[in-house]
Each structure stands twice: as C-alpha cells, then as structure tokens.
Design a protein around this ligand. Sequence first.
Ligand SMILES: CC(C)(COP(=O)(O)OP(=O)(O)OC[C@H]1O[C@@H](n2cnc3c(N)ncnc32)[C@H](O)[C@@H]1OP(=O)(O)O)[C@@H](O)C(=O)NCCC(=O)NCCS
Length: 192
Amino acid sequence: MTMDRSGNAWQSSSPHERPTVWVNRIPAEATRLLRHRVLWPHKASPEVCVIDIDHAPHAIHLGAFVPAEVAKPWGIEVPGLDGKLVGACSLFDQHCQRVEVPWKEGMDMRLRVMGTLPEVRGWGAGGALIHRAAEETLALGRQVLWCDARQVAFGFYERLGFDYLNEIYDIPDIGPHRTMALDLSSPPQRNS
Ligand SMILES: CC(C)(COP(=O)(O)OP(=O)(O)OC[C@H]1O[C@@H](n2cnc3c(N)ncnc32)[C@H](O)[C@@H]1OP(=O)(O)O)[C@@H](O)C(=O)NCCC(=O)NCCS
C-alpha cells in the first residue's frame, strides 16, 4: 500500500482488482453500527457504541465507502451519501499520555475505533482511512497520528508506517494492545 499525501490517489501493492474505495467525513452517528459489528460486539446495541468526546472540538469521523452494488446486502447505508459504508475511524484532539512521547501536546491527533467490515478486508479500505486520517491531521497543523492498537492489527499499522511506543498491555474486554504512532513530519514510507 502506498500513501500519497499530495492528492486522492490511493495505490495498493496488491496485483488483484479491487472495487473502488473512497473516504468521506461522516457524522458521529454513522459510525455506530460499524463500531458495534466490528469493534464492540459485546455491547448491547449500536446506539451505545459511542465515545464521550464524539462531538468534541476537532473530532473528525471518517467513513470508507464502496459502490452500493458490490456491498449488497451487508454494506451500511449512510443517509445523504453515495455508496455503502464498509469502514470507519475517528480522530480526536487527545495528546498521547499512556507513554512519554518526544513531541509536545498540540502536535498530535489520536486515531480511535478503526475498523473495516470482514467482507472487505484486504480491499484497501483500512489503508484509505489511514491515508485520509493523515491528511486531516496535517491539515490541522499536527505532525503525529497515534493510536492504541489491538494486537490483531499490529501488522496493519506496521505496514502503514506506524512505530511502536511501548510493550504489550491489556485493555479489559478488548485484549492486548500497544501504543503506535505515525510520524507525518518525515516522508511517507511503506513497510514490507
Ligand atoms: C485492521 C483492519 C482495520 C485492516 O483493514 P483492511 O481493510 O483489511 O486494510 P487494507 O485492506 O487497507 O490493508 C492495508 C495493508 O495492510 C495489510 N494488512 C491488513 N491487515 C493486516 C494485518 N492484520 N497484519 C498485517 N498486514 C495487514 C494488507 O495486506 C494491506 O497490505 P498491501 O499494501 O500489501 O495491500 C481490519 O482488519 C479490521 O477492522 N480488523 C478488526 C478491527 C480492528 O482490530 N481494528 C483495529 C483496532 S486498533
């Protein structure tokens, strides 16, 4: 996967044909069903798949979409937007405090609740969301995108250029995590 921060081009290293994937900003409410299906199935319903800062200043919610016809019947409809939602993530103005970091408060954005539907894994939706999240972070004048990564996603974040900031720790109900960060002040790189 190649990150191109200069425009919308999104190139995958996969030789296989994949459906077009695009990313839009979406309302916080549009993330809930995906959060429930992919990230928090242990919660009672999509309606409770909220974060207390979903509507905080600088909170940005991104959705990855594919053409409606390739995502029937499992893609998620978002009123007013074309295509079907197949992935989402949220960005918050939260400084990394879990570990000591070499950058100052106000230089970073936190990536949270990142997920793509199982049906589209490997189609580039996750990478497209990170690409757009990096653009949004830079547009805010920030230089670092960080997250508490689930163990199952370590390889994904590594692939997209994130570095580890600590060792494994446990989050109750969710599992093992490590804090990871993408430094946007240096040229993009693709890890193999
Ligand atoms: C992790 C996740 C978001 C990846 O989404 P995806 O839509 O499959 O990602 P992409 O298709 O854009 O993959 C981007 C690249 O990362 C690679 N990749 C994806 N998941 C990977 C993994 N777990 N380990 C290693 N590489 C991975 C892909 O092969 C692709 O590489 P390429 O450049 O050779 O094409 C998705 O698997 C997911 O939602 N998992 C469950 C929820 C979760 O754990 N979310 C993260 C919370 S911190």
